[in-house]
Design a protein around this ligand. Structure first.
Ligand code: 4G4
Length: 252
């Protein structure tokens, strides 16, 4: 995938050079190109902000350097990109959005600073407005980072091991089952017996039951959206029963 980012702070995107996204860059699964409006200024002082018509506090991103940076980003894309503005007023980005967008191949993210951008740039340059949550950030950069990270780990070959994106929390619409590593007993708490049994079918069923149960306990809203099979409903009912019996049976 090719990501163009229009930003006054391209340094922020060096954060993607670590971990899974870093490896994805090295292996050319993703490419990130930043376009800084500051580099497109034509005024003596290289200003990138401007005063709002009508007055009031705060500044707006200056139109000319911003437009030129967006145009260059679009022209630099290998094929016509989707242009996305990060804003608290946008549609809510989620795991499903990430799954859909990895089919897009080319995306330009426009990260706003100050009080945002001129309405006419929204109308003429931006295809869609998206948000990562109901909170205000100093700029769109961290929202773009979040989206790029969420998409990258879904790309085939991005994770070292097959299957693990599919086993992630939320990709199934359920929360991840509880996970354990050494030691076998920690502060008197033992790893559930089934995980030491070597019975892979039993382990899979236990994990599915735990995923269903944890989702029911912590994120019941997710279960509303998901239609459960008869088998899954039975596992969830078993979990609920065990829960009532008072969290006592570690082999379940
Ligand atoms: C548009 C208007 C995204 C964009 C004003 C961007 C939160 C999100 C911005 C601003 C953002 C989000 C500078 C207030 C940039 N904040 N929730 N800030 N501000 O995805």
């Amino acid at each position: 995938m090719w990501f163009g980012v229009v930003t006054l702070f391209p340094e922020i995107f060096t954060a993607l050079q670590s971990g899974i996204t870093g490896r994805a860059i090295e292996e050319k699964l993703i490419h990130i190109a930043c376009f800084n409006p500051r580099d497109y200024t034509q005024n003596k002082y290289r200003n990138v902000d401007d005063r709002p018509y009508g007055g009031g506090p705060g500044m707006i991103m200056m139109t000319q350097p911003l437009r030129d940076a967006i145009h260059t980003a679009k022209e630099s894309a290998p094929a016509s990109p989707a242009v996305i503005y990060l804003s608290p007023q946008g549609k809510m980005f989620n795991q499903k959005t990430a799954e859909e967008w990895i089919t897009k191949k080319n995306i330009v993210f426009v990260a706003g600073r100050y009080e945002g951008i001129d309405e006419r740039i929204l109308q003429t340059e931006i295809d869609e407005e998206w948000s990562i949550g109901n909170y205000v950030l100093s700029g769109g950069e961290f929202a773009a980072l979040v989206m790029i990270d969420a998409m990258t780990r879904l790309l085939p070959d991005a994770l070292g091991h097959k299957d693990s994106a599919a086993k992630d929390s939320l990709s199934s619409g359920l929360l991840k089952y509880p996970q354990y590593t050494r030691p076998e007993v920690l502060e008197g708490l033992a790893v559930p017996d089934v995980l030491l049994s070597g019975n892979h079918a039993a382990i899979e069923r236990w994990r599915l039951k735990q995923s269903l149960g944890k989702t029911w306990l912590k994120r019941p809203d997710l279960l509303q959206e998901k239609k459960l099979t008869k088998d899954e409903l039975n596992l969830l009912m078993e979990f609920v029963e065990e829960q009532k019996n008072g969290k006592c049976n570690s082999s379940n």
